[in-house]
Design a protein around this ligand. Sequence first.
Ligand code: MOS
Length: 737
Amino acid sequence: MTASSVGKPLDRVDGRLKVTGTATFSAEVAVANVAHAVIVGATISKGKITALDVGEAQRVPGVVAVLTHLNAAKVPGADKPTEMTDKVVQVLQNDAVLYDGQPIALVVADTLEHASHAASLVKATYAAEAAICEMDKEIGAGFAPKAAPGRPPPDSNRGDIDAALATAFARVDATYTTPCENHNPLEMHATIAVFQGEDHLTLYDATQGIFGLRKRISKAFDLKPENVRVISHFVGGGFGSKGSAWSHVFLAAMASRATGRAVKLSITRQQMFAFVGYRPQTIQQVTAAASKDGTLVALRHEVTSATSRFDTFAEPSANVTRMLYACPNVKTSHRLVRLDVATPTFTRAPGEASGSFALESALDELSYSLKMDPLALRLKNYAETDPDEKKPFSSKTLRDCYTQGAAKFGWSKRKPEPRSMRDGNWLVGFGMATATYPSRQSAASALARVKKDGSAQVLAGSQDIGTGTYTIMTQIAADALGMSVERVHFDLGDTTFPETPVSGGSQTASSVGSAVKRAGMAVRTKLIDLAVKGKGGPLNGMSAEQVDAEAGVLVSKQDRTKSDSYEAVLARNGLDQIEEKIDEKEKAERKDHSTHAFGAHFIEVKVDPDFGEVRVSRVVSAFAAGKILNRKTARSQFIGGIVWGLGLALHEHTERDPRTSRVVTKDLADYHVPVHADVPDMDIVMVDEVDPYVNEIGAKGVGEIGIVGVGAAIANAVYHATGKRVRSLPITLDKLL
Ligand code: MOS
C-alpha cells in the first residue's frame, strides 16, 4: 500500500500562495471595469430616515451612483429567510432604521477613495426613537424560539428535577452571563458582484457557504440558481459570521445591476460590528445538585439570549448540559428577548462555547461544596452512553483526555484550597473543564479524475475558511486514489463544482472528506478493473483483490515486479481520463449513535493580588476527535479555538452605549482580543481514537471544540487562585478587586 498521507503533518498546500501574498481573496480578484462601493451606515439605532441629502456625494468626481431607499430596486426576498443560515437583510427597501450601522445608502464610484469620500458626504436626518440594548429591561418579554427542523428542541426535560433536588446533599444555584462578542476574522467580508445582462450573476464572495449563498441570492433576485455562480477561492476566517448572506452581498449585486458594472464591496473593520452578526449576550441560570459521593442528581440550565426586533437567532447554550454528564434529572430551556440591535448569528461553537462556561463553572462550584476534586467529580459522572439521545456514542475517549491531560499538566500538584498556591507575589490557580462538540455530517458531492499524464484532479464546491480544507482533501484524495499528494490537485470554492454544505458546525472534513474519499476510491477501482479486465497489460487476468495501488502504480500483491502505471492503463485503453462523481449521504450507522468529539482543558493562571491582572500561564488540552487528518492543521484549529476561549474569558466584550444602543467598541483598539503576549505556549494532546460509525473517514471535526470549556477552565482557575468566583465574562480587572 502507498504510505498513507492522511494523519501526516503535511504543510498547507496553499501555504506558499498565502505567505507570498499571491492567494487571491475575494476582494483581490481582478475583474475588468470594476466599480467600488461603500456602505453608509445609520447613526441611530431605531427610528426613521426623514431626509437623505446625497447631492454633495453625487458631485464627487468619479461617483457612478448613490443608492438609497428612494431609488433602489425592490428585493422581495430580503426579509424572507428560508434556510437556517438565512438572515433578514437591510438593503435600502424602506426608511426604517432598526440598528446602529444599518446600511442606509450605497455609494458607487470609480475608485475606493472617491466612493469613501462621497459616502462621508451623505447626510441623513432621522426621527429617532428610544432604543433598548439592555437585556434586563426586556427580560419580562422573553419568549421561546420556534423549534427548527433537524435541530434540538428549545426545551428538554428528563426525570423529575424537583424531586431530585429535594434529596440533594449539595447544590449550586447561580446565574452566569456571557457578553456580546463580534467575529473579527483577519479578512473582512467582501464581495465582487458581476451581473451579465439581467439574469446572469457572478459573485466572488468571502463566504463559508457558496451554495447557500447561491440559493439565497438567486431567490432574492429571482434568478435561476444555475445562472448564479459563486466563487470563493480563499477565505480569511469566518467563524460563523460568513455562514450567512448579509446585506452587503445583496447591495453589491443591486449596485452591479443598477450600474451595469462589476461592483466591489469590501466592508470596513467598523462595519464588522454593524451588520454581519455576532455572538449574542446570554444570561444563564444553572442549578447543579449532587449526593454526598458526588453523583449528580439534578441539572437545570435556563438560557436567555438576545436577538434583534426583526429576526430570530437563539444561542443554544443549554444543549451541552443535556448530554455531557450521566445525570438522570435534567431540565433545560432557551428563551429570547428582543433588543434594538442587529441580528446575532453563529459564532465559533455557538451554544457550546457560552453554555459550557455556565455548566462547567457550576460543576466547579459544586466540587468545592462537596470538597471533591473537580476532575474526580467529572469522572464520577462520566456518561458512558448519551443520556439525552439515549444512544451509544459512536466513540468516546474522554476518559483518556482527562487522564493524559491531567498527567501532562501536573493536576495532582493542585492544592484543594483556593488562594493556597503562589509564585512570588502572584496567586496561582489551576482550573479544568470538559470540552465537547457534535460531530456533524451533511450530504456532499465530489468528483475525482485521473488524467492520461497520471495526475489527478479532485473537485468539490466547498470552501477553505482558513482551516486547511485544501490540504486535508488533497491528503484524503491521494490516499483514496493510491497516489502521492504531489500528483493530486484538489480544487474548491466554485458552484460549478459538485455541491457541498456550508463550512459551519465543524462539518467540512466529515462531509466533504467522505465524498472525496469515496470518489477517489471509485476511480481507483475503475483503474484496477481496467488493468485486470481491459486491454492486455502486465496485470491482465488477475482479480481486483490481488492488486494494490502505490504512488500511481498498480502492483500485483503476489509478485511485486508486475506493475502497471495509471498512465499506461489509460493509454492502452485509449482513454484521456477516468472520472467518478460521488454523492455522499450521511453514513447510515450515525442514526444509531450519538456523535461527538470530546476534550479536557487544564489551565494555570497567575493573578496579581493588588491589580487583579490575570495571566494565563499554562494550557494543556487533550482532545479525542476521531481520526486526525493532519496533525499540523488540526493543532492549529485546537489552538485557534483555545485562543478564542482566552478572549471569551478575559478580553472580548462588545460594549453598547445604553442611552443610544450604539456600539462603542468598533475597532480592535477598543474591542480587545488576545494578542501574542496574552497567549502562552499550549500543549495540545491528540488522543488516538478510531470511530467506525461517524463517517467514511472516521474524523469528527476539530474547528470548534477548542473553544468549548476554556471560559470555565479559566474562571475556575481564577477562583482557585483568588477565592473570587466571577460568573460574568469577561473577567476584567474590576471584577477581581
Ligand atoms: Mo461555525 S460558528 O458553525 O462557522
